[in-house]
Design a protein around this ligand. Structure first.
Ligand code: GUN
Ligand code: ZN
Length: 429
């Protein structure tokens, strides 16, 4: 396969910058990324790579910033058509907007159309991997993985399981959730770049029988991921308490049924009790921060500093369509704003790490995606750090790379995405 050499500023990580960002980050103002066979072969000085690989096709991005492609660790592709729907908090929002929309994905052709739209929007926003909830319909899972395979993208997905507290037409049963999830897992997990996540939506919409069945499936297939929601909003937590009176806390409604583990992804995780944090840390589970959703739906302020200090793996995500935006730049900005409201200013290096390597580690794909380094997939995003007049006038007086990149994090959108590469193929621009 043809070799490509991307020249520009490069930003890569050697370690986790949540502890010490300066020791973890490598910035090269005249760097290069050599790509062949869909994989990153080397990240080094641009001139040296050019001299050593005269046969490579060169793309010179000048001052463009070459980073790993963004990884959106929690979203709902079926909700793309209802993003930014007005005026509701979580439970009313689900009943008013979300469930009627998800019902429409009973039509597999429509599901594929929504999957295609979502994947193309993601690529235009520099996002190369997404971890999505599908709907209860198995065809919605096929649509998601087929759309991703057509684009060469590594994605995660799973059939959303619900056997109570959802409208007619949007409920399965404990048995059918097990059977359908198992068949989809067998069909897709490990096929091309697909990863299957067993997906109970959240404990209010699953009976103990369904949670038990899905826990059993995860025990049979521990190589699969498991994704769900946890402690997003206070009325939701009260509801869970009423539905599971014997549970010690919200996390216990998963733990008691075999749905707590290192390959578990717990979206939101805002209002956690100390026992829940201890257990998540002990088992090595991942929590996923969805900041635009948490402000948009009115959920609360995620404790990034506290949870990172406990060593929890933390992903960053749009949570489309509860989240209000497809852009991981806007998502980083919202994470910064929530951090400020809690008294911690996240550094741009930490925000970019969360949107790439942090999310990849949450998905157990660290080093393989979201990583600008040899051996990782060549899923790459190139940022224009002066994409609008407002950003350009600010960057003109930037003192260093962080001062130059932070305005794009705070004010950037898809106009800041100069190029997106998937598995060594240039797919945007
Ligand atoms: N909790 C259960 N389902 C959902 C959903 O679709 N979006 C969000 N934000 N929270 C949920
Ligand atoms: Zn969600």
């Amino acid at each position: 396969m043809k070799k490509h050499l991307l020249l520009g500023q490069t930003l890569a990580f050697d370690g986790n910058p949540m502890d010490d960002w300066q020791g973890a980050v490598r910035h090269d103002s005249a760097g290069g990324v050599l790509v062949a066979d869909g994989v990153i072969v080397a990240v080094a000085g641009g001139a040296a790579l050019r001299a050593d690989h005269p046969d490579a096709a060169v793309l010179d991005y000048g001052d463009g910033l070459i980073t790993a492609g963004f990884v959106d660790a929690h979203m709902h592709y079926p909700q793309t058509p209802i993003v930014a729907s007005w005026g509701k908090q979580l439970i009313d929002w689900l009943n008013t907007y979300t469930f009627p929309q998800e019902m429409r994905l009973a039509d597999a052709g429509y599901a594929r159309q929504v999957a295609d739209t979502t994947l193309d929007l993601a690529l235009a926003h520099g996002t190369t991997t997404l971890c999505s909830f599908c709907t209860i319909h198995p065809g919605s899972v096929d649509a998601w993985f087929e759309g991703a395979a057509a684009r060469g993208m590594a994605v995660v997905g799973g059939k959303t399981c619900m056997d109570r507290n959802a409208p007619d037409g949007l409920r399965d049963t404990a048995q059918s959730a097990y059977d359908d999830s198992k068949a989809l897992l067998d069909r897709w997990h490990g096929q091309s770049r697909a990863t299957y996540a067993i997906t109970p939506r959240f404990s209010p919409t699953s009976t103990p029988e369904q949670l038990t069945a899905l826990g059993a499936l995860w025990a049979e297939r521990p190589d699969a991921l498991m994704q769900t929601h946890l402690s997003e909003q206070l009325p939701e937590i009260d509801w869970v308490r009423g539905l599971f009176p014997q549970a010690r806390d919200y996390l216990d409604t998963y733990e008691a049924y075999g749905l707590l583990g290192a390959r578990g992804l717990y979206g939101h995780a805002i209002h956690l009790a100390p026992r829940e944090i201890d257990r998540l840390a002990e088992v090595g589970a991942a929590v996923v921060h969805c900041p635009t959703s948490n402000t948009f739906i009115g959920s609360g302020l995620f404790d990034m500093a506290g949870l990172a200090a406990r060593g929890l793996r933390i992903g960053l995500a749009t949570d489309t369509g509860g989240g209000s935006n497809f852009s991981m730049l806007r998502t980083m900005a919202a994470a910064y704003e929530i951090g400020q409201l809690r008294g911690t200013a996240l550094h741009p290096a930490q925000l970019l790490w969360l949107a790439t390597e942090g999310s990849a580690r949450a998905l157990h794909m660290g080093g393989r995606i979201g990583h600008l380094g040899a051996g990782a997939a060549a899923d790459i995003t190139v940022l224009d750090l002066a994409s609008t007049p407002a950003i350009a006038q600010r960057v003109a007086r930037a003192a260093d790379i962080w001062d130059a990149v932070f305005p794009t994090i705070m004010m950037g959108d898809d106009r800041a995405i100069r190029d997106t590469w998937v598995a060594g193929r240039r797919v945007v621009r």
